[in-house]
Design a protein around this ligand. Sequence first.
Ligand code: ZN
Length: 585
Amino acid sequence: HVLTVCAACAQTWAELLQENLQERMTKKMKFSEMPYTRIDFARVEEEMKGLMRELQEAGNGEEQFAVHKKFYRLNDRVQTQATICSIRHTIDTTDSFYEKEQEYYDAQMPAYSNLCVAYQKLLFESPYRAELEQKIGPVAFKNMEMAMKAVSDEVIPLMQEENALVTEYEKLLAGAKIDWDGETLNLSLLTPYLTSADPAVRRKAAEKQNEFFESIGQKLDELYDRLVKNRTEQARKLGFETYTPLGYLRMQRNCYGREEVENLRRQVKEIFVPFAEKMYEKRRNRLGMDIMTWSDEQVFGPEGNPQPEGTPEEILAAGQKMYGELSPETREFFDFMMENELMDVFGRKTKAVGGYMTYLPDYKAPFIFANFNGTSGDVDVMTHECGHAFQGYLAAEDPIREHADIGMETAEIHSMSMEFFTEPWYHLFFGEQKTKEYTQMHLEDAIMFVPYGCMVDEFQHEVYDHPEMTPDERKQVWKRLEKEYKPHLNYGGLPFFEAGCFWQKQHHIYSYPLYYIDYVIAQLCAFEFKEWMERDYEGAWKSYVKLCRMSASKFHTELLKDIGLDTPFADGTISKIVDGLEKLI
Ligand code: ZN
């Protein structure tokens, strides 16, 4: 076990670890056989209040930690039943039993999480805080402190309004009805046409998309304006000048701040953007086009984007073979998932749409939900989502539940790096013919993403720094940033996008403010792993497994240091990454 813990608590640690692993073995169970009983929240509240009393009566840190372990058990029980319910609801939306159960949890969970916050507050203010910090770790306490600064009763009405505005935005987009040769498509059904091998078809799809956004343009402006003003008001009520510092707290940025992020973006602009531009140039040449417009650059080559071969069943079987060969840890993980029916990935009429990965704490079991349809999206589930699930599987060995509270910039390293670690097995999905193309496209797309991700982040900083900007002024900012981050960009006369409105289709900007640079940080770290595995696959893999096992037991920057990656914030890292990528390309 690679986790480093101080000598004082190594004993407890070892005991807990043993307990945890035994639990996984003894409680091993197929998902369909997992018993479900509705959580009685009135009883849970009593139990929780009992624990809070015990916590206050405890005479030292050791005793308090013993109470805290009971809290883990209680919370695990609640989370496990609620998660079983939500999984069963999504794998069969026609099952009225779980539909009703889901409504019950939707209504009860907010009060339950308030109860947990009240419990945590006691922990945070404990007179034995130092001892507790030794066991639970400083990260957990820092996160608690940040969470407390980020809300107050005074801003709750504003937060409710913020949620309502976000819902309105999501509904507006989900309600798209696009006419396609007499068929009505929503935005996600339009997506395959946007990457059609036929330039005329993808152009037509881009025009349709552009038309739709133009038709709701005024509403989009209004919603975002209200969101910016709302968030700024929340920040002022909580004692901040602008929303940005509050946004950082809410994104749980516990070990880096605005300056580090700015330094990252500066380096991307100077060093990474010219490199990414070469990728676009490569793509233009491959497509054989004199002028490559936005609707063309989504496509890898004249034949379109490489698609996997085989049925959904064959894709899953290929995944099993791949993880069976990659390492003993991944073999154990994937066998566990398959044996216990923890991968519900085949599309069925009664299933909910989309995909997710979740976790059942009582069984130490990750769960993957998807709707395979024979496209490269299925392969993403096998390479990316399985990266998250593999981390969840390994981290179950960690007895400290707070360590599962992983920041997105770290969590996406687990998944984005797995996309590269699985590269030697791409041929199982794509056949000999298209493997080379897919490998190249995957790397190119990842490279092209970095400037875009930084642009989304810089835009939001500008917006929240100047909340008084008009919708039109915001569009001018976006247009300026497009010239800096994607100088080649040519929308080919699509009016909505040319007016500086492209960002309005980026959900994160409305729904998850200041979330996006996390993907950039993780992508850059995944590139470091990629370069490392070219030199020494085994060494890179060991370091990756160590990172997964550490979860959030340390701060993000410390984790990177421990596993031998350079932080993308530091001067010089980006140019090192670009040097490594140049060789691969
Ligand atoms: Zn992910």
